[in-house]
Design a protein around this ligand. Structure first.
Ligand code: ATP
Length: 618
């Protein structure tokens, strides 16, 4: 149900705005968010109904306790006198017991169902957020810190989860308790009733002000904590860089500053809470004192029974907690509106690269890849196209090499073919089908990329290789590992293919990681296989063995190889030389050497002895 239930609002599209945690939400957005959360809760009508009915019954039971208690006091007082009715006292006592037990049971049912609605809602939203994050375009992830996304998926989700039990159910409970309670007290004795309720406006105001101040500081605190976790995360991920540059003191200073601010804020929060709680307690006992004083006079003058006075005092005790918790309720609304607005803004973000309406799957027949006048600029850099005017064709069995200086657009071009980004102009087709007109999943099946950064999962080598096809047989896994020149190394490990690679694969060398990443991609058997500078950490000898091992494999598909080392491309059927996003030279290795242009110059540099190699990088 997740997608239909959550995808019906209008959201902001600027990720920076979504994740600014201290920014208050526009009133309209907040109201929309709260009404949308309410509608989502109604997707569980049974549990909502049980929670609401149980709340009403619990309130009724709670309200009858002071009345019964008052009667019991009067009946007890009458013992020994002519009006004594011991049977009536026993009945009241038993009713009181039964009502107390029922109140407990109704409260249990209320809490249980309200919490279960909250958790079901959180479950739906969690899946929707995960699904959304998977489908958001790479351009979004380019501009968004992953920590911010995790915060939305955890903290904001929690704010929304609490809405039903802490805001909605509590509103019903408080309205019933305060409304009916006030009516009963005032209708019994107007002045004493007003005295008994006199603490309520002050406590409600103090509690709300306290919670709103706590919320404001909580948002700032979150911002500080986010800085702390970001510094911590970067320090852990880049621990070698931090140590190598002896920059621990500098990093510590950054951490210290954010931590100090977080500590000061925590103290301020304690201060606000303690002062407000004390003020509310004082107001309550002052009102109780006034009721005792005035009520005592009424009892002494015979205008009121002791039992009725006891009813007033018990009502006050019962109302005290809900009134003091009014702030929690207001806070729950405020939290749901800001957290919900942020969450829905994320969920409503457009999925830029998405399937066209009724798009068919890509049908690979000949396996021909064609780029026609392709151009692309990154978001935020629209004035500068990363690639422009790119046209070439590659047929099944062909290998195309791509070379060029850093920043010339090689990786960008490779990312357009599996549709990580959509082209701004021109087209990319596979067997004549524009990749924008067919389903994204079928394009990703047909085009596989061995990335520059070989990210590995913290699991066994076997699972990492079979990532794209978890049901792959052992022999297929071993064949892929063999082609990537990894098998001999793996069988030498104590647990062979069951060996777990550490966090992000750090227990492996750069070359081993790249070979594992190659083996993983080979499993997909795509129509177009892209190596994006993915053999840079592998020595030339091993790379040559990989190439030989892949000869048969490459015969069935188009292979594109981005490389800085020209020896990696010498076997290519064609080589494209990119500069500033354009193809400036193309041909076979021999043709390009004969041309005597940039490629030839680069080749000459790379062929020179060691001393000249510094200049040899393209
Ligand atoms: N995610 C991104 N957002 C914005 N600009 C980007 C992004 N990735 C790359 N660029 C810019 O696009 C241009 C081409 O970058 P690209 O990574 O495609 O070059 P490259 O030829 O692969 O470089 P290298 O050889 O160093 O890997 C560069 O100017 C780069 O700064």
């Amino acid at each position: 149900m997740t997608n239909t239930a959550v995808a019906n609002g209008s959201g902001a599209t600027d990720p920076k705005r979504i994740f600014r945690r201290t920014e208050s939400t526009a009133a309209g957005e907040g109201v929309n968010a709260v009404s949308r959360i309410t509608r989502m809760c109604l997707a569980y009508p049974g549990r909502v109904a049980v929670a609401m009915i149980a709340t009403v019954l619990a309130a009724a039971a709670q309200l009858s306790i002071p009345v019964l208690l008052g009667r019991a006091v009067d009946a007890t007082q009458a013992i020994g006198s002519a009006t004594a009715d011991e049977a009536a006292l026993r009945t009241i006592a038993l009713t009181l017991l039964a009502v107390s037990v029922l109140r407990g049971l109704f409260t249990l049912a209320q809490n249980y169902s309200a919490e279960s609605v909250g958790h079901a809602l959180a479950h739906d939203l969690r899946l929707a957020v995960y699904d959304k994050i998977q489908r958001l375009p790479f351009s979004f992830h380019d501009r968004t810190h992953s920590g911010d996304l995790i915060t939305v998926g955890m903290l904001d989700l929690e704010g929304v989860r609490m809405y039903f039990s802490t805001a909605l159910v509590r509103t019903v409970l408080l309205t019933l308790l305060l409304g009916i309670g006030a009516y009963l007290l005032i209708s019994t004795h107007a002045l004493l009733g007003i005295l008994a309720l006199s603490f309520a406006p002050f406590a409600a105001w103090r509690s709300t002000a306290m919670q709103l101040t706590l919320r404001k500081t909580w948002l700032i605190l979150q911002e500080k904590l986010a800085i702390l976790s970001r510094v911590m995360e970067e320090n852990l991920a880049g621990i070698r860089v931090v140590r190598a540059f002896s920059s621990a003191p500098h990093e510590m200073k950054k951490f210290d500053a954010a931590s100090e601010e977080a500590l000061a804020l925590s103290h301020r929060r304690i201060d606000v809470r303690v002062k407000s709680t004390s003020a509310m307690t004082l107001a309550f006992f002052a009102a109780m004192g006034a009721v005792l004083l005035y009520g005592g006079t009424l009892v002494a003058e015979g205008e009121m029974s002791v039992g009725t006075l006891a009813t007033f005092l018990t009502f006050m005790t019962i109302l005290q907690m809900p009134v003091r918790q009014l702030g929690l309720m207001v806070n729950a609304y405020a939290r749901a509106s800001t957290c919900g607005a942020r969450l829905f803004a994320l969920l409503d973000m457009p999925v830029e690269v998405d399937d066209a309406e009724g798009a068919p799957d890509l049908k690979v027949t000949e396996g021909t890849l064609r780029l026609d006048n392709v151009a692309f600029a990154y978001q935020g850099a629209e004035g500068h196209r990363a690639v422009t005017g790119i046209s070439f064709e590659a047929r099944k069995g062909e290998t195309v090499g791509i070379v060029g200086p850093p920043g010339s657009g090689k990786t960008t071009l490779m990312h357009l073919i599996p549709r990580f980004y959509d082209v701004d102009a021109g087209s990319i087709t596979i067997d004549g089908q524009d990749i924008r007109d067919v389903t994204l999943s079928s394009v990703r099946q047909a085009v596989a990329v061995v990335q520059q950064d070989s990210f590995l999962f913290t699991t066994s080598i076997e699972n990492n290789i079979a990532y794209g096809d978890p049901r792959a047989t052992d022999s297929r896994i071993e064949r892929s590992a063999g082609s990537a020149q990894l098998h001999d190394w793996v069988v030498g490990l104590p647990e062979r293919y069951g060996t777990v690679v550490g966090e992000r694969g750090v227990s492996l060398s750069g070359g081993q990681r790249q070979r594992l990443s190659i083996a993983r991609t080979l499993m997909l058997e795509p129509a177009v296989l892209i190596f994006d500078d993915s053999t840079a950490a592998i020595d030339a000898g091993t790379e040559s063995r990989i190439r030989k091992g892949l000869r048969d494999y490459a015969a069935d598909r188009v292979t594109l190889i981005v490389a800085h080392r020209l020896s990696s491309l010498s076997h290519a059927d064609r080589i494209l030389f990119l500069e500033d996003g354009r193809i400036v030279e193309q041909g076979t290795h021999d043709e390009l050497i004969a041309l005597g242009g940039r490629y030839a110059a680069l080749h000459e540099l790379q062929m020179r002895p060691e001393a000249d190699m510094m200049e040899a990088q393209p």
